[in-house]
Design a binder for this molecule. Structure first.
Ligand code: ADP
Ligand code: MG
Length: 293
């Protein structure tokens, strides 16, 4: 069974005046279908306003479809009695860690979620410890979140979600407010949760280099999915990506420009190591040509 299944999803934001008359309709999602397999690491890319957050909010029943259906681990999000089960299955991490941290001590904050759903207190402490360990923040357990950097706070927010033992976490631009170091730590944390704890990850991001690690990428534009595939396929199509007002990873861009200058390189280079190897190969071929002349 898929972790997430979205079928023909359409969503409209409807604005009404005081009398309840419709003032405006904004179609934010326009007939999207997608499946996410259990254990997958998915990245969703798309420029501002393309509908990413609206889609994310459907995946843990914050919003309900205007049309179409969303299933989370087989549960239709429209069924009211499944709400808590859905929220426990698919946890959501938002952009701003300050809005997600409630308590004045790190470990209390992480324990807040499980306490809220009635987990017995002994198990709460176990979960707090495991989750803080998983995000590399155990040594900060007695600190005030105020003292932490943005990246550390975001890792505490992720631990708070992990303590609910979700099978899936959805992160909506979790690194948007972080510096490069904080970004790296958060992405590393998320990758480890995916690999070690087998948590299904749906990462919405503006940073192309964060999508390189995904099993699959979806590119959104104006409420549609315009591209989908493994990172190598997606980032091979530099011109198409740019058409959706997105960048490609810096290394991919450099390889693309070198190729345009006549250096023979494969498409979709994603890492520095790959580029180095490809350039070495390209230069060897050139040397051979020179010596055989
Ligand atoms: P993204 O997360 O990709 O930036 P959003 O899902 O936030 O995109 O927005 C998709 C579209 O829906 C945009 O045109 C946006 O203006 C509109 N939208 C988002 N939230 C609301 C809202 N609460 N009311 C009306 N329109 C909204
Ligand atoms: Mg958004």
């Amino acid at each position: 069974m898929d972790m997430i299944k979205v079928q023909d999803l359409t969503f409209e934001y409807i604005r009404r005046d005081e009398d309840g008359n419709v003032e405006s309709i904004q179609k934010a999602i326009d007939g999207i279908s997608l499946d996410v397999k259990k254990g997958d690491f998915i990245a969703i890319l798309g420029s501002n306003g393309s509908g990413k957050s609206t889609l994310a909010k459907h995946l843990n029943a914050i919003l309900y479809p205007t049309d179409g259906t969303v299933w989370v681990n087989g549960m239709d999000t429209k069924e009211d009695d499944k709400l808590w089960s859905i929220r426990q299955t698919a946890g959501m991490v938002f952009q701003n860690p300050d809005n997600q941290i409630i308590a004045s001590i790190v470990e209390e904050d992480v324990g807040f979620g499980p306490e809220n759903i009635g987990v017995p207190s002994e198990e709460i402490w176990q979960r707090v410890e495991t989750s803080l360990k998983a995000v590399g923040m155990l040594e900060y357990r007695n600190m005030s979140p105020n003292k932490l950097s943005g990246g550390q706070k975001q890792r505490v927010a992720i631990a708070g979600i992990m303590a609910m033992k979700p099978s899936c976490i959805i992160l909506d631009e979790p690194t948007a407010m972080l510096d490069p170091n904080g970004r790296k730590d958060v992405i590393q944390t998320v990758r480890e949760l995916n690999k070690k704890e087998k948590v299904t990850v749906i990462l919405i991001t503006h940073h192309m280099d964060e999508a390189v690690f995904a099993d699959k990428i979806f590119v959104m534009e104006q409420g549609h999915i315009k591209m989908q595939g493994v990172p190598k396929e997606i980032f091979s199509k530099v011109d198409e990506i740019k058409q959706y007002r997105l960048d490609v990873p810096q290394v991919t861009e450099l390889a693309y420009e070198l190729k345009k200058e006549g250096i023979s390189l494969p498409d979709g280079i994603l890492t520095v190591d790959e580029l180095v190897e490809a350039i070495k190969t390209a230069l060897n071929i050139k040397n051979e040509k020179l010596t055989t002349k």
